[in-house]
Design a protein around this ligand. Structure first.
Ligand SMILES: C[S@@+](CC[C@H](N)C(=O)[O-])C[C@H]1O[C@@H](n2cnc3c(N)ncnc32)[C@H](O)[C@@H]1O
Length: 218
């Protein structure tokens, strides 16, 4: 998806992906990554996800990247964060307490923009991208991470043709294919999510499962 697509969705507040609560998979599986206290966590394509605040409450520093300046301003205002802004070469950095929000394009990130991260939370990031971009997303993510870095990834799968993404259906085979060259890939859980997603049912879905993955960079 192009930048304009997302900017327009935010301007029109058509943000059906935004969850008013912390993601249940994150709560359930984050501890299984066994990250050291104080470690830094990367949240790609972060939007204004409340998951970032939960991660801070678990003792992490969080660094998110998001295209839209509107979103980052809204996040800071809604959460009462007084962010300092700093112009960097490729990003504007909004920094408040333990959260760094990088305004700019994920695909322009370099490891030095993130600092050393030990964990990644990907919910609605990979699945926000169409198939031709997902391999590049996985390669670029791998290029930003040191060996040993752990990723908790949520994907979704639904019958081809029932809905146009985003969110896109991503098969287990595709997860293996795009991440398997740089990560150990482990499926943690598969859950039927149709009942909890009335808006996706209205868009035509008759089946929807989410899969939770633990990836470890090697
Ligand atoms: C589907 S939303 C998910 C947001 C968040 N992960 C959540 O769970 O609420 C995808 C977000 O990624 C942002 N985005 C899309 N492409 C991006 C890119 N190349 N770099 C940074 N952010 C991007 C969009 O503006 C949008 O806020």
């Amino acid at each position: 998806m192009e930048s304009d697509f997302w900017q327009q969705r935010w301007r029109e507040q058509r943000i059906g992906w935004h969850q008013p609560k912390v993601n249940a998979w994150l709560r359930e599986y984050w501890a299984s990554l066994e990250l050291p206290p104080g470690s830094r966590v990367f949240v790609p394509l972060c939007g204004k996800s409340l998951d970032m605040l939960w991660l801070v409450r678990q003792g992490h520093e969080v660094v998110g990247v998001e295209l839209s300046p509107l979103v980052l301003a809204a996040f800071c205002e809604e959460q009462g964060l007084q962010a300092e802004q700093q112009e960097e070469e490729r990003f504007v950095r909004h920094h408040a307490q333990c959260i760094h929000l990088l305004e700019g394009d994920f695909f322009h990130l370099r490891p030095s923009d993130l600092g050393k991260v030990q964990g990644v939370w990907d919910r609605a990031a990979l699945v926000a991208l169409p198939e031709p971009m997902r391999g590049e997303y996985a390669r670029h993510l791998a290029s930003l991470l040191d060996p040993g870095t752990q990723v908790l990834l949520v994907t979704m799968e639904y019958p081809a043709g029932e809905m146009e993404g985003p969110p896109f259906s991503v098969s287990a085979a595709e997860v293996q294919e795009i991440f398997g060259g740089a990560f150990h890939v482990k499926l943690l859980e598969t859950g039927d999510m149709l009942a909890g997603n009335p808006s996706l049912r209205e868009r035509g879905l008759n089946r929807l499962v989410e899969q939770v993955w633990q990836l470890r960079r090697f």
